[in-house]
Design a protein around this ligand. Structure first.
Ligand SMILES: Cc1ncc(C[n+]2csc(CCOP(=O)(O)OP(=O)(O)O)c2C)c(N)n1
Ligand code: SF4
Length: 278
């Protein structure tokens, strides 16, 4: 493997002649996820041809356009269906899906729970910025109750989804939550999600100051990163808190790790059996 670090490493994996300048606002966390994704793939020693990045529509969905792997920029909410087809046809391919919270848990919510139930060998990166960023800041299934958005100017009245609980209940093999502030841990979670068999989900808390932060209590993008530093703590520390203290914090880390075979493994084993194999 070529020994590269930092920006030089990131540039090695970008389609820098075609797709730039990028669309991300100053302070957006999505670019940090882009770096983590690249470091994770490089760290695993995968070749560009072994990786397929599939994305839906949204600011998060732009990531697929920037990276020099096999990529598919699909329709909003349907990235997991494309990814499922790719993984079933090419089980040796490392298929990584990039989705926003709206893409994955609103329009694509049904596909998310069934991808987890099927335990298809795909890694889903869910970039949760608590809002629909690209379309002007409508509330999403993760917009916290009481907070303000373009469509909840008096405060969000609905309950919000907890991505980790949702994917754990739907039986994904690997479920983790990281943040763009805790980047080294995030790199490792993405690597583990890719290496683990079956369906892997890494929920990534990533600030959108433009559409969420400035309508709520954050004066600058930096304040949002400070919030991640202060409020998001390791699950081990979180579990030791009182119920009152837990209400003010968000746990991060690995919540589920199983090694059940992925759907594609079971399918190819059955196909071999049907053809008189082992
Ligand atoms: C079928 C369909 N419905 C709606 C849209 C409009 N649309 C594009 S992106 C988006 C929301 C993006 O929000 P999210 O998935 O949270 O990603 P973010 O932009 O915040 O990264 C919507 C509603 C669309 N492109 N296609
Ligand atoms: S609108 Fe939000 S999610 Fe989209 S690029 Fe800007 S900061 Fe990022």
């Amino acid at each position: 493997m070529v020994d590269m670090k930092g920006t030089q490493l990131i540039h090695e994996y970008l389609r820098h002649n075609k797709k730039f300048p990028h669309v991300f606002c100053a302070g957006c966390g999505h670019g940090i996820v882009l770096g983590s994704l690249i470091r994770a793939i490089h760290g695993l020693g995968l070749s560009k041809d072994e990786v397929c990045v599939v994305a839906g529509i949204g600011c998060s969905g732009r990531l697929a356009a920037y990276v020099d792997f096999n990529t598919v920029h699909t329709t909003h909410g349907r990235a997991l269906t494309f990814a499922t087809g790719i993984k079933m046809a090419k089980p040796g391919m490392h298929v990584i899906v990039v989705m926003g919270d709206g893409d994955s848990m609103a329009i694509g919510g049904n596909h998310l729970i069934h991808a987890a139930r099927r335990n298809i060998g795909v890694t889903a990166l869910i970039l949760n910025n608590n809002i629909y960023g690209m379309t002007g800041g409508q509330c999403s299934p993760t917009t916290p109750s009481g907070s303000f958005s373009m469509t909840t100017p008096m405060g969000q009245m609905e309950q919000s989804f907890d991505c980790v609980e949702l994917c754990s209940a739907a039986k994904a093999n690997y479920v983790a939550r990281g943040t763009v502030f805790h980047v080294k841990k995030l790199d490792q979670m993405i690597m583990d999600g890719i290496s683990n068999p079956g369906f892997g989900v890494v929920e990534i808390l990533t600030p959108c100051h433009t559409q969420y932060g400035r309508k709520n209590k954050y004066r600058t993008p930096v304040d949002m990163y400070k919030m991640l530093k202060k409020d998001v703590i390791d699950i081990e520390r979180y579990n030791k808190l009182s119920e009152a203290e837990k209400a003010k914090k968000t746990p991060s880390g690995v919540f589920v790790q199983k090694d059940e075979p992925g759907l594609e493994e079971k399918f190819y084993e059955m196909a071999a059996n049907c053809q008189g194999g082992a």
